[in-house]
Design a protein around this ligand. Structure first.
Ligand SMILES: [Zn+2]
Length: 522
């Protein structure tokens, strides 16, 4: 249970021995690493080689069936018991273990105030949840960053990666560490590396141009990949640029046009290097703030809301350039993490979580090229959460229908947007939250991602199992989970990832997802 570092080489040899003897299956990584010695085996024992390559081909053809889970679930319900349950009910062959976050979306028990699922303690961890690194941070990886004290205190000395890895290996399951860009105030280093908003105030989010922040993410990825015999990293960063934040043009955000970021010295330096005028960007965002505040108050510009907004972009192209700068910073960190991990061991896999706004917002879509993201990753986890998707999509329409598109009746705005997004037969605005989005939405988004990556990386849709929603909004039933999982696989996905976390899933839903997988593979 206590933290310790594995020696990669010897641990790997052990696991190869173990997989060959215990299950007869071999990981792809094992296959690549041992291919040289296989040549020698081939000469001596040709039949043995045939059976090994057959097994490797079978496992390569297998879909990756993942599930996201945090440390607390293993602590609460027992590591071996949980692994057995996931394998049996969900047909899960890959664990996405929440290893770094201060957020409750991926870690902790059920969100406070939401009904508990039918497993685990029925008691909130509101008072004990803290977050951080649930593995053991090894100091040599954090020498270049002020963010060097992030050990999660939630479970004492437990190292969750060391705890879960042997059981996963024994069962032939892969294990990825999920790491998420969510911090909290009070963590050492957060103050120094914080973003600065339009008004010059420090925030609790970290600037992706700050050298200590970049060093933190590569240090964390290197630490996990060198210290443990894992299969790779899934990186989460759901943060948006200032334009989307100013407009509230996402699903969950408040409209915060006066708090947009980042105007810190590192951001300004990056802007200078790209020939973007900082002062003009500030002016543009100040005018955008005024536009948003006036729109929310119903003060219609003489030429209408949309024209006024578009005019602002034309007169201040720095507004778009500053938003683009945020994306550049975010994608640079993705690329950093990818190249760090590949530098350690090319067979390790790196995936990115693609957030839900990608489903609703055509302007956001325009800033995310699947083929570009595919160049930095081995797989993309695309969010296609359809049950909570109804509520979230409705909120997005409400938000943009209160500012830029305020002249358009919101029902019509939803229909128009559906056309832009290629969604058909979804519920109208009044019913959207209670109806959720359909399995057809899951199918279409999976197909779009597959077309976008052009075969350059795998596509793993994130399936919504019991993601918390408002009181009157859709709650996932087993049939919903079955239909969404089946739709993703039918659309040609390379697998699925049951989301967001085990501690909010009903077991019947997990079984329904597993049933869809088994039937598809049959
Ligand atoms: Zn900054």
């Amino acid at each position: 249970m206590l933290g310790f570092a594995f020696d990669r080489g010897s641990m790997f040899q052990n696991s190869i021995m173990k997989t060959n003897h215990s299950s007869g299956r071999m990981t792809r990584r094992g296959f690549i690493e041992t291919s040289t010695s296989l040549a020698a085996v081939a000469a001596a024992a040709p039949n043995l080689l045939t059976s090994i390559t057959d097994a490797a081909e079978k496992s390569a053809a297998q879909k990756m069936i993942g599930l996201q889970i945090g440390a607390v679930s293993f602590v609460d319900e027992g590591t071996e018991q949980v692994l057995d349950l996931l394998q049996e009910r969900g047909a899960v062959n890959t664990i996405f273990l929440t290893t770094f976050t201060y957020g409750r979306g991926l870690a902790g028990r059920q969100i406070p105030g939401q009904p508990f699922p039918d497993h685990g303690p029925r008691e909130s961890d509101e008072k004990t949840f803290h977050g951080g690194n649930y593995a053991t941070p090894h100091p040599e990886f954090y020498k270049q960053t002020v963010l060097n004290q992030t050990r999660a205190p939630d479970h004492g000395n437990l190292d969750i990666v060391a705890d879960v890895l042997p059981g996963a290996k024994k069962r032939g399951m892969k294990l990825f560490c999920s790491i998420e860009d969510v911090f909290r105030a009070g963590v050492p280093g957060v103050q120094e590396a914080a973003e600065v908003d339009l008004q010059g105030r420090k925030t609790n989010t970290l600037c992706l141009f700050h050298p200590d922040v970049r060093a933190f993410w590569t240090g964390l990825a290197a630490d996990l990949c060198k210290s443990y015999d894992i299969d790779g990293i899934l990186f989460f960063n759901e943060r948006n640029g200032p334009l989307l934040n100013a407009l509230g043009a996402s699903h969950a955000q408040s409209i915060a046009s006066s708090r947009v970021t980042c105007f810190c010295e590192f951001h300004q330096k990056a802007a200078h290097e790209r020939g973007v005028n900082v002062q003009r960007a500030r002016e543009g965002y100040t005018k955008l703030d005024q536009f948003v505040q006036n729109s929310l108050a119903g003060k219609r510009p003489d030429d209408g809301y949309f024209v006024e907004f578009w005019r602002l972009l034309v007169e201040y192209p720095e507004v778009l350039a500053w938003d683009r700068l945020f994306d550049e910073g975010k994608h640079q960190v993705l690329a950093d993490v990818h190249s760090t991990v590949k530098g350690i061991q090319p067979a390790l896999q790196v995936g990115f979580h693609i957030e839900h706004v990608n489903s609703f917002n055509p302007i956001f879509r325009a800033t995310r090229r699947y083929d570009d993201l595919a160049g930095k990753s081995d797989f993309l986890k695309i969010v296609v959460y359809n049950n909570c998707g109804g509520e979230r999509y409705a909120r997005f329409i409400e938000n943009i229908g209160s500012t830029v598109f305020r002249d358009v009746p919101k029902r019509e705005l939803l229909e128009f947007n559906n056309h832009l997004l290629n969604y058909a037969n979804e519920a109208g605005l009044g019913e959207l939250a209670t109806a959720g989005l359909s399995p057809d939405y899951v199918f279409r988004e999976t197909q779009r991602a597959r077309a976008g990556v052009k075969g350059a990386c795998k596509v793993l849709p994130g399936i919504d199992i019991g993601i918390p929603t408002g009181k009157n909004s859709r709650k996932a039933s087993p049939d919903d989970t079955y239909a969404a999982t089946a739709a993703a696989l039918r659309a040609g996905a390379d697998g699925v990832i049951f989301s967001r976390k085990y501690s909010e899933m009903q077991l019947a839903n997990l079984s329904a997802g597993g049933r869809a997988v088994k039937e598809f593979l049959r």
